[in-house]
Design a protein around this ligand. Structure first.
Ligand SMILES: N[C@@H](CCC(=O)N[C@@H](CS)C(=O)NCC(=O)O)C(=O)O
Length: 266
């Protein structure tokens, strides 16, 4: 058997999420996909000493194994012999396996369209969101970049956030979104879950702007999608469970001084 053939991710292997404990962070984009699919999975955030597995992956001596290069950062997914990182890459792997990408003939190359939408939501609510409180360096404390964070967040909230919300509103208005509240194909995909989590995090971090955005009526379809995801039976159960961690000092943070309104009001 060649080494290529010997890497297996058998259907019955359990999914294992390696992520920091104590806040939802980027791990949440992965959790929601697994939860919606009703999969039982191992989550290092949920058990004592789980953090050791995460730290071991970051160790400078970690060279990976026979099949997998070492990951740079979590979230990390282990499935059988497979170990991969990068939020969007993990979703790309999980999406078709968990039934979160349409499979029918009507939706050609669906994976790439769903991925496009998920990547755009992650640009907004993972990358730019993180840069709002860490505009200078990931390696510095927020307190060491507060002035720049204010400038960056004001621009994010007043320029970028409405631009992303308008984009997703257009996506849902478009024909390719199909029937119902979803982004693509008239059925729930992992892109909807990513957008839901991004909006939920933004509601936590930018309370004034998100309330104003909702009230404006300009993004009604986006907020309908948000409510529709929230009401999915498995998501609803999950959100009410102890597995759903509270926001803290992760990707989605609340700082009063960064809670800008959508527009300056005198
Ligand atoms: N693009 C990556 C970013 C991963 C990332 O930044 N992970 C954080 C935790 S949520 C981390 O540990 N970063 C360490 C670092 O960037 O040095 C993804 O989306 O997964």
């Amino acid at each position: 058997m060649s080494s290529q053939e010997s890497q297996v991710s058998p259907k019955d292997a359990s999914y294992e999420l390696l992520y920091w404990p104590g806040f939802p962070g980027r791990g949440e984009f992965i959790r929601l996909a697994l939860e919606e699919a009703g999969i039982t999975y191992m989550d290092t955030a949920q058990f004592k000493n789980g953090i050791d597995q995460v730290i071991a992956q970051y160790d400078e001596k970690n060279l990976g194994d026979d099949f997998n290069p070492p990951p740079f950062a979590c979230p990390i997914l282990r499935h059988g012999d497979l170990l991969i990182s990068q939020t969007s890459n993990i979703l790309l792997y999980l999406g078709p396996r968990l039934g979160l990408v349409p499979k029918d003939d009507k939706h050609h190359d669906a994976l790439y369209k769903v991925n496009m939408l998920a990547l755009t939501a992650l640009d907004a609510f993972s990358n730019e969101m993180h840069e709002s409180h860490h505009p200078i360096s990931v390696g510095l404390y927020y307190e060491d970049q507060k002035d720049e964070a204010k400038r960056r967040t004001k621009d994010f909230v007043q320029t970028r956030l409405p631009k992303f919300l308008s984009y997703f509103e257009r996506v849902i208005q478009g024909k390719a979104s199909g029937e119902g509240p979803w982004l693509y194909s008239g059925q729930l995909t992992y892109a909807d879950l990513v957008l839901f989590q991004g909006l939920n995090g933004a509601k936590h971090s930018f309370r004034k702007a998100m309330a104003a955005a909702e009230k404006s009526g300009k993004y009604n379809r986006v907020f309908e999608l948000y409510e529709a995801v929230k009401e999915r039976p498995k998501i609803k159960d999950y959100l009410a469970s102890k597995r759903r961690l509270n926001y803290a000092n992760g990707l989605f943070r609340y700082y009063e001084e960064l809670d800008f309104d959508l527009e300056d009001r005198d």
